[in-house]
Design a protein around this ligand. Structure first.
Ligand code: SAM
Length: 193
């Protein structure tokens, strides 16, 4: 989080910035298909807000689009980039979301999950704030090519099997796995009882 805080003002620049935008655009399309009439939308680990801007365009029925990030400079960079009154940002951890139970129709997160210090707790929080039947769209490092990295990073999902186990434990039922080569997947998961 400290590393992201230090480069918040340059985050969208260069090839890496373009790659993040491409991942966010693809994820927004998947999320808008999964929950086209979403009213309240949450982006966890929102960075500079590019994904929420894409979703604001694709979800005309959305009444509130909220981005949270652990790094205050990311939130400070995101805030002035929108003029849409439905969009707002605040500093918060995935593992401790400051929202009521069952209060969102869609939760999204792109390339943030792998950085969460407690992935099971973060997924439990995503599930808690989603209403039953609503969707989480989670895009991150999930690929069989990453299996060797699980030998040293035991607390990261990294593979479909491990991600599925974490999602199931959080009562999030995966319905669709979209590969984003070479190492990412966007998983759509429905909140179940
Ligand atoms: C690679 S950036 C991705 C930003 C944005 N989602 C995107 O797709 O460009 C990862 C972001 O996750 C945030 N982050 C890391 N751990 C977090 C946590 N536990 N809770 C909330 N945000 C977190 C970082 O501060 C950073 O802004």
């Amino acid at each position: 989080v400290t590393a992201f805080a230090e480069r918040a003002d340059r985050y969208d620049e260069g090839w890496l910035g373009r790659w993040h935008h491409d991942v966010a655009t693809r994820s927004a399309a998947i999320a808008a298909t999964a929950q086209p009439a979403a009213g309240r939308v949450l982006d966890v680990g929102c960075g500079t807000g590019y994904l929420l801007g894409e979703l604001a365009t694709r979800l005309p029925d959305a009444t509130e689009l909220i981005g949270v990030d652990a790094a205050p400079p990311m939130v400070a960079t995101a805030r002035p980039r929108t003029t849409d009154p439905r969009v707002r940002y605040s500093v918060a951890l995935a593992e401790s979301l400051p929202f009521r139970d069952n209060s969102f129709d869609l939760v999204v997160s792109t390339v943030s999950f792998d950085h969460w210090s407690d992935q099971p707790a973060g997924l439990a929080e995503c599930r808690r704030v989603l209403r039953v039947g609503a969707h989480l769209v989670l895009t991150d490092l999930i690929s069989s090519w990453l299996w060797p990295t699980t030998l040293t990073t035991r607390r990261r999902a990294r593979t479909v099997g491990r991600a599925r186990a974490l999602l199931d434990a959080a009562h999030l039922h995966p319905t669709h796995w979209q590969p984003i080569p070479p190492f990412l997947r966007a998983v759509t998961a429905q909140a179940v009882e």
